[in-house]
Design a protein around this ligand. Structure first.
Ligand SMILES: Cc1cc2nc3c(=O)[nH]c(=O)nc-3n(C[C@H](O)[C@H](O)[C@H](O)COP(=O)(O)O)c2cc1C
Length: 220
């Protein structure tokens, strides 16, 4: 057996998150990774400041999103960065939406301002393909959601905070059309930045209430 080849999972990085063959253990690195996941909370754009993630950090978060379980490797989602110079155009679009649905002037202005919020703004687009027997639509939606979660966790683990916001406008055909092609849906906008205060749980999580042991019948 060759001993000069570094095999994944067996070298000095063995067990560290990201290696190919991780093994269950109670190392400090694993504990830190779990603590990282457990400490993610959304932070609203009002509490986000610069610096925004760099392009490299954005790409790293997208790489993590691509690690979501994906039946059939359909990648039923994509992320769209709204650059600074496009914020005004997005503000116009949001204001047009507010006018089209009959919102009062102060609400129209508030919608316009929403386009300027968050040091980084990313639109999340779902690309669900109907009619695939092996991968029904709900599985594709789960993948798109899992990818979004991985994206948020990656940003959090890099020291940023984020909040996913949709509102009625994401379902408006005019707003959706600005981001989506045929068969796509605008899911939400994600504001990302450096938190000025820690995120907090809105209510305590109850893991024990979220799992059970199957006691059902095995008869068809
Ligand atoms: C697709 C999607 C759209 C959302 N849209 C909104 C929204 O429009 N307004 C809002 O207050 N929260 C919205 N949320 C919820 C927040 O992003 C956030 O998840 C929630 O406040 C719970 O906080 P947590 O992420 O810290 O658990 C949305 C979440 C998802 C996944």
């Amino acid at each position: 057996m060759r001993t000069d080849v570094q095999r994944p999972g067996f070298g000095p990085m063995a067990g560290f998150p990201g290696t190919h063959f991780p093994r269950p253990d109670a190392s400090a690195a694993r504990f830190a990774a779990l603590q990282g996941l457990l400490s993610r909370h959304s932070v609203g754009p009002r509490w986000l400041t610069g610096p925004a993630p760099s392009t490299e950090q954005l790409e790293q978060a997208v790489a993590c999103a691509l690690r979501a379980p994906d039946h059939g490797q359909l990648v039923p989602w994509r992320a769209v960065l709204i650059e600074e110079e496009q914020r005004d155009a997005l503000g116009d679009l949001f204001a047009d939406f507010a006018m089209a649905v009959g919102k009062p002037p102060e609400e129209i202005q508030r919608e316009r301002e929403r386009a300027a919020k968050g040091p980084m703004l990313v639109a999340w687009v779902a690309r669900i393909t109907p009619g695939i027997a092996e991968v029904p639509e709900h599985e594709q939606w789960l993948c798109a959601g899992g990818a979004l979660t991985n994206f948020l966790n990656a940003m959090h683990l890099m020291g940023f905070a984020a909040k996913t916001l949709s509102g009625r406008k994401c379902q408006h055909p005019g707003v959706a059309r600005a981001f989506c092609g045929e068969g796509e849906q605008l899911v939400a906008f994600i504001c990302v930045g450096t938190p000025t205060r820690p995120g907090a749980a809105r209510c305590p999580d109850e893991p024990a209430a979220a799992w059970s042991v199957w006691k059902g019948s095995a008869k068809l």
